[in-house]
Every structure is written in structure tokens, then in C-alpha cells.
Design a protein around this ligand. Structure first.
Ligand code: 5GP
Ligand code: MN
Length: 321
């Protein structure tokens, strides 16, 4: 028998479902948050009751998004769902270790855009588009659910952040066409981008300054890295939210091909990678146990920081000749 296309399978699953838990990855970015919120709005229109869960909550800067206040960080023990919809996550473990979706939901729908997606769902809708938000947009079109302004705002913020404002190679014709359709709902894009890009906390500027002051380079200056310790965060009163964008500033330096940020977080070391042109950092992250995209990837490792740094730099050097 011919395999049904995933959109058809999702449509049929949604028709039968009464409830769904929607979630994305730990340490969520705007695509994780925006695609989850837009998905929840889509479900409500289809009369499926959504619960939106994020283990690490939501970065302060995205709290203005419509329905952001509905995101929960704990799922009541006895709750069960017809569906779990997992967004922007290449593997099920990315959702975090505080819930077991296989136990609390009858079926898992995996909607993603990571090339290294592990196809962990009962239904997998994984394209190669700009963002998980673009996949949700395609799903909404397929289901003929009209976009409203709130849904469009969530999708727009997700797509601009995942494409670096339509700068990265994941920006395709379809991405601009989607943006145009979102725009038609009378989005105030200036207001939205001001809230995201011209709204930095003073603590984030201070922690950037501290981190930049300690920037280190490989001999050929192609790899640049810095570390943020708990002590540094405490010194300027910053939280991990305040580190959004720091890694991109390091990549922006002339001659830098790979930027790496090491940061202490709850006893672990988070490592973020960014590449400028020719190096596929997802391969490096994968070898270390993480994943991501060609030009943005990450991994969480066990400390101490000095050992992690040594291991990561040795691995990265292998890819730069
Ligand atoms: P960011 O640097 O913005 O946190 O993440 C960039 C990309 O790498 C995202 O696509 C994200 O999903 C992926 N990524 C970040 N950290 C991890 C990780 O610990 N494991 C995996 N598999 N992917 C990660
Ligand atoms: Mn994404």
C-alpha cells in the first residue's frame, strides 16, 4: 500500500483528536516558541484543545507574543492527550527530561525543519524549510485554516529570527511568499522588530562586554570562542536569556569562520556554534552528541568547562584546514 503523505495523516489525526500537548525544544528560541503558539491557535480553530508546554519556559524578550502567557512549564501528573505535537526538535530528547510524551499522549506528531531530524514521531512532517514556523504555515494552508494577525505575528517572529532577518541560506522564495501572506494580516513589523532587536536588557549588554573582553582566537583567527561562567552572570546580574545573540556577534567578526560560545548552565556546559561560510558546524555538534543546522548548532556536555573547551576546540580544528 502506498504511504500516505504526512499532511494527510496529520489532517486525519487532528480530525479524531480532542486534545493535544504542543511542545518544542529546551532552551527555546523564537522558532520553538512562535511555531508552538501558532500551532496552538491552529488547533483551537479545529476544535482540538491545546496545552502548550516548554520545560524552560519562554525567554523574557518573547513574552509579548500573543498567547505566550498560556505556556506552562509543568504538566499536571494525571493529564493525558490524544496527540503530542513536537516542533523544531531534531530528536525527542530535545523536549527535555521532565515529561514522557510517549506515556502521556497516544500519538506523536513531529514537525520540524532540521536536516538531522530523527523521525521519532508516529507521523513525521519534516521539510527543509526556513523554520518550524514555515512548516506550520504550510500545514495551515493545507488544512485551509485562515491566518489571523496573532497567528501571523507568532509565525513572523519565528521566521525572522531563524533566518537572521532573511539573511541566511535557508531563506527561499517560499519564505518571502510566506512573509508576504503574514504581512497581509496587517502585522506591524516595525513594532515587532523593535521589541526584539531594540530592546536589550542592560545586563545583556554587560555580559556581552565581559564575554567579548575574554574572546580567544585560533592561530589563524578563523575560530573565535569565549566562555560565560555562572560567576560572570552573577557579577552583572544577567541570566541565560541575556545571552541571546552573543554568539552571532562573535561570528560577525571579520575573518571568523566558526564562533563558539561555552556557558555554564545548571551544572552542565552548553556549547553553541555558528559558522560563516564553508564549515558545517552541525557535523561537529553531532560528533559531540548534539546537533543543529549547517550554520547554527549546539550540544550540552558534562563539565568541567576547561575539559569541554579542550575537547570541542580539538574537534573543531579538525574541520578547519
Ligand atoms: P542555538 O545556538 O540558537 O541555541 O541553536 C542553534 C541550533 O542548534 C538550533 O537549531 C538548535 O536546535 C540546535 N541545538 C542547540 N543546542 C543543541 C543541543 O544541545 N542538541 C541538539 N541536538 N541540537 C542543538
Ligand atoms: Mn528552528
Amino acid at each position: 500500500m502506498k504511504e500516505l503523505d504526512p499532511l494527510k495523516k496529520i489532517k486525519s489525526a487532528l480530525k479524531k483528536a480532542k486534545s493535544a500537548i504542543i511542545t518544542a525544544h529546551i532552551d527555546p528560541d523564537a522558532d520553538a516558541i512562535g511555531s508552538s503558539l501558532a500551532m496552538a491557535m491552529l488547533l483551537k480553530k479545529l476544535k482540538v484543545k491545546p496545552v502548550i508546554y516548554s520545560q524552560d519556559g519562554i525567554p523574557k524578550i518573547y513574552k509579548f507574543l500573543p498567547w505566550a502567557e498560556k505556556i506552562i512549564t509543568r504538566v499536571p501528573e494525571k493529564l493525558r492527550f490524544d496527540l503530542a505535537i513536537v516542533l523544531d526538535s531534531s530528536a525527542l530528547e530535545r523536549v527535555g527530561n521532565k515529561i514522557d510524551l510517549k506515556k502521556i499522549a497516544k500519538k506523536i506528531i513531529n514537525i520540524d525543519h532540521h536536516p538531522d531530524n530523527k523521525q521519532f514521531g508516529d507521523i513525521n512532517y519534516c521539510g527543509q524549510s526556513s523554520s518550524a514556523a514555515e512548516e506550520v504555515f504550510k500545514l495551515a494552508k493545507y488544512l485551509k485554516v485562515p491566518l489571523d494577525r496573532d497567528m501571523a505575528e507568532n509565525l513572523y517572529v519565528a521566521v525572522i529570527t531563524d533566518t537572521g532577518n532573511f539573511r541566511y541560506e535557508n531563506t527561499k522564495v517560499s519564505t518571502f511568499l510566506m512573509a508576504a501572506e503574514l504581512f497581509k494580516t496587517k502585522l506591524n513589523v516595525h513594532d515587532i522588530t523593535t521589541k526584539i532587536y531594540d530592546n536589550k536588557s542592560l545586563a545583556s549588554v554587560k555580559i556581552s562586554a565581559l564575554a567579548m573582553d575574554q574572546l580567544q582566537f585560533s592561530d589563524d583567527k578563523k575560530i573565535a570562542w569565549t566562555s560565560v561562567t555562572e560567576e560572570m552572570l552573577n557579577k552583572v546580574g544577567a541570566k541565560s536569556d541575556d545571552l541571546v545573540g552573543l554568539i552571532d556577534q562573535i561570528r560577525a567578526i571579520e575573518g571568523v569562520e566558526v564562533a563558539i560560545l561555552f556557558r555554564e548552565d545548571k551544572g552542565k556546559i552548553k556549547v553553541n556554534f555558528r559558522a560563516k561560510a564553508n564549515i558545517n558546524v552541525s557535523v561537529i555538534a553531532n560528533r559531540l552528541g548534539g546537533g543543529g543546522h549547517h550554520k547554527a548548532a549546539g550540544v550540552i556536555m558534562d563539565g568541567p568547562l576547561v575539559n569541554v573547551r579542550e575537547q570541542v576546540l580539538a574537534e573543531t580544528l579538525k574541520y578547519l584546514v
